[in-house]
Design a protein around this ligand. Structure first.
Ligand code: SF4
Ligand code: SF4
Length: 466
């Protein structure tokens, strides 16, 4: 893409970086076909190519206009366009620069500013988020009324409040979970903020699973709370840098105390953010080296387990699992085959969901700020999932779990909880009614030994790997 920045403009390092990124785009338009907002709206300005053009115009003129803000706000940051782009345009960092510029311009309405400030303050703090959920739980029955009064965004936030009360106990002290055998790996587990309030069972399952695989787990004390991903999407870069520095300090202390093989993350949205700390703090002298080291060490838990090797399952299930590949995992971290392979190794029948590359509409704060588009994407995704008739949906990101569970007739479970269950952990609560479909492997092996081998395969006709 041709740019016409002046020499004076190019003195600004942000503009100079943007210029490099913009020039890579060759207008081919391949990215438009895989962009969820373009697929829904058919407007070039809601496609990656259109947005890139809008960003270029904004930086060249120095003007943040209402249309630019609108079309950038509609971007999910799903990064599907980056997977498709043959020219390796760094759209992720380009849209980050645009968001930051829009946020700093102060051109948003007072209501919009207040809404975004509230989200940036509440979501990353487990204590505030828990309180907000309690308030939401009390006022949830009013969501129809609020929607009728035109307060659609507030109503949509209440829609996201889970039916049960939020979890009250949060574990925030430094702990090392030792293994009974000499550990074969030593890792730190990032507990995160939102996930730990909405579904603490995910990290508990991860700890059990790791321990079973002789992996010693360190929980870093409360400096390591939010990774900054939520503020990042809101364009609040100062807060993001602060969160990143705080986490780098916490992990550095852990590293000094003993060698870590990896920093594990169970929410893929957070994993994508932490893997980018090296880039984020590259110009921060006090942190650049350590941040790059943190990024190098960070692994999605599925990625780590796949490399480690999953233990054989202790139970065999005939459950049909629709695997929903979170955008932050498949496009942000390019991890797609590993979680599917792990689920298959654990004995589940993994189903391919049509249009699997398209976002479910969760995207961090997107489902609260762009509720209509988000709901359309969710319904589209759920229709595709329903077409393969699964018993349940598995995914590796808390945002997707919350988003899909709202409209799904089948349970949505974190991949790690399923792997924990298959290898000896408890049955995830939403699947208790499906327990009868699970058989202990020992019993099946005995049955197999007592019959003709060809007639005794459990779930004959299904794939069995263990
Ligand atoms: S990040 Fe997603 S929504 Fe945004 S332009 Fe790229 S494909 Fe479209
Ligand atoms: S696919 Fe890449 S090069 Fe082609 S229009 Fe999209 S961003 Fe530009």
């Amino acid at each position: 893409m041709h740019t016409s920045f002046t020499q004076e403009q190019l003195q600004d390092p942000t503009v100079a970086r943007a210029d490099q990124m913009l020039r890579r785009c060759v207008h081919c338009g391949f990215c438009t076909a895989t962009c969820p907002t373009y697929v829904l709206l058919g407007d070039e300005r809601d496609s990656p190519r259109g947005r890139i053009y809008l960003i270029k115009e904004m930086l060249e003129t120095g003007k943040v206009t209402a249309p630019v803000t609108k079309h950038i706000d509609r971007c999910l940051s799903c990064l599907s366009c980056m997977t498709t782009c043959p020219s390796s345009v760094d759209y992720m960092h380009l849209v980050d620069l645009a968001r930051e510029r829009i946020e700093k311009s102060g051109t948003r309405s007072a209501a919009d500013r207040a809404r975004r400030a509230m989200l940036a303050r509440v979501l990353p703090s487990p204590a505030r988020f828990r309180l907000a959920l309690l308030l939401g739980w009390i006022t949830r029955p009013l969501r129809g009324l609020l929607s009728g009064l035109g307060l659609r965004r507030t109503a949509s936030m209440l829609e996201l409040v889970p039916a049960g009360l939020p979890h009250l106990k949060l574990r925030r002290r430094k702990t090392v979970i030792r293994t009974s055998q000499p550990p074969q790996r030593r890792v730190a587990l990032m507990l995160g903020c939102v996930q730990e309030v909405l579904a603490p069972s995910i990290n508990r399952a991860a700890i059990r699973l790791l321990k079973r695989h002789s992996v010693e787990v360190m929980l870093v004390k409360d400096e390591s709370v939010c990774c900054g991903a939520l503020q990042h999407q809101l364009g609040r870069e100062e807060e993001v840098h602060k969160a990143a520095r705080r986490n780098v300090d916490a992990w550095s202390t852990a590293l000094r105390e003993g060698k870590l093989d990896a920093i594990l993350v169970t929410a893929s949205g957070c994993g994508t953010m932490i893997k980018d700390y090296g880039h984020l703090l590259a110009r921060d002298r006090g942190y650049a080296t350590r941040a790059a080291e943190m990024s190098q060490l960070t692994r999605d838990i599925g990625e780590f387990l796949y490399a480690l090797g999953l233990l054989p399952p202790l139970a065999w299930t005939s459950l049909r699992v629709a695997y929903h590949s979170a955008c932050s995992l498949q496009h942000g971290q390019r991890i797609d085959k590993e979680p599917r392979a792990l689920l298959e190794q654990a004995g589940f029948t993994v189903l391919e969901v049509p249009e699997g590359h398209i976002c479910c509409g969760s995207a961090g704060t997107y489902n609260m700020l762009e509720p209509e588009l988000s709901a359309r994407l969710r319904d589209r995704k759920l229709a595709h999932i329903a077409s393969v008739r699964p018993d349940l949906i598995a995914t590796g990101n808390i945002g997707c779990i919350t988003q899909l569970q709202r409209g799904s007739l089948v349970p949505v479970i974190h991949t790690i909880e399923l792997l924990d269950w298959a290898t000896g952990g408890p049955c995830p609560k939403p699947l208790q009614h499906l327990k009868s479909k699970v058989h202990p492997i020992d019993a099946l092996m005995e049955l197999a030994a007592s019959r003709d081998a060809s007639a005794s395969r459990p779930n004959a006709g299904r794939r069995r790997i263990f």
